[in-house]
Design a protein around this ligand. Structure first.
Ligand code: COA
Length: 188
């Protein structure tokens, strides 16, 4: 019942970078992910203890986390993890949206904001990995011009953040809010 209510109501939250004090809210978001979303996000089993430790690690290791936030709740998140071993400035990205709010455009909004943040941090390449059955993540990655490759049940996406803003121009996708349409018009 709660899930139906959540799915029907308008999205009133904001997309913003999470502050250090948001750690408990980020952990609670991860803990609310259902089993399937946890498997999709972490490519395997992720119990509560793992998720609590993971959230702590993110905040203590300087991971950039963008949230979809409603009131005092983080209901979606996009993470930017630096890969310092790569020769070019590169980061691994990952996304999570709670089940009742999935497929309503929040993943796309988080993705766009994450790309802006990655540009601000002068990353030139983003990588995303998910299992090959994850249709939503593959659709999202394609929308942001990721080059996808497939290997042993995993899908790897690479987004080049070249200087002309190519990754910001989504593939002919109609964006639900006015600001996004303006962005698309400029990109055209
Ligand atoms: C993947 C995920 C972040 C997408 O977020 P979202 O808010 O549901 O995505 P959006 O509503 O912005 O939709 C993104 C695209 O996926 C498609 N999509 C969404 N849910 C889908 C589903 N269940 N099956 C197939 N496609 C789906 C949308 O149609 C859209 O495609 P389009 O751009 O071609 O129209 C979200 O589903 C999620 O958190 N899943 C569990 C965790 C996960 O898989 N993380 C990714 C691994 S890093």
């Amino acid at each position: 019942m709660e899930q139906i209510k959540l799915a029907q109501r308008p999205l009133v939250g904001t997309i913003r970078q999470l502050r250090p004090s948001d750690l408990p809210r980020f952990a609670e978001h991860l803990l609310r992910l259902d089993d399937e979303s946890r498997r999709d996000r972490f490519n395997g089993l992720a119990d509560d203890a793992f998720l609590r430790a993971y959230a702590e690690r993110c905040f203590h290791e300087g991971v950039t986390v963008i949230g979809y936030v409603e009131g005092d709740k983080v209901l979606g998140a996009a993470e930017l993890h630096e890969l310092p071993e790569e020769s070019e400035p590169t980061a691994e990205i990952a996304f999570s949206v709670e089940r009742p709010l999935q497929h309503r455009g929040i993943g796309g909004r988080l993705f766009r904001r994450l790309i802006a943040q990655a540009r601000g941090l002068a990353y030139s390449r983003l990588q995303v990995t998910t299992h090959s059955d994850n249709a939503a993540m593959k659709a999202l990655a394609r929308r942001f011009k990721a080059k996808l490759s497939f290997d042993h049940g995993e899908t790897h996406g690479v987004i080049e953040l070249d200087a002309d803003g190519a990754a910001d121009a989504e593939w002919g996708f109609f964006l639900p809010d006015a600001g996004r349409n303006v962005a698309k018009a400029y990109a055209a």
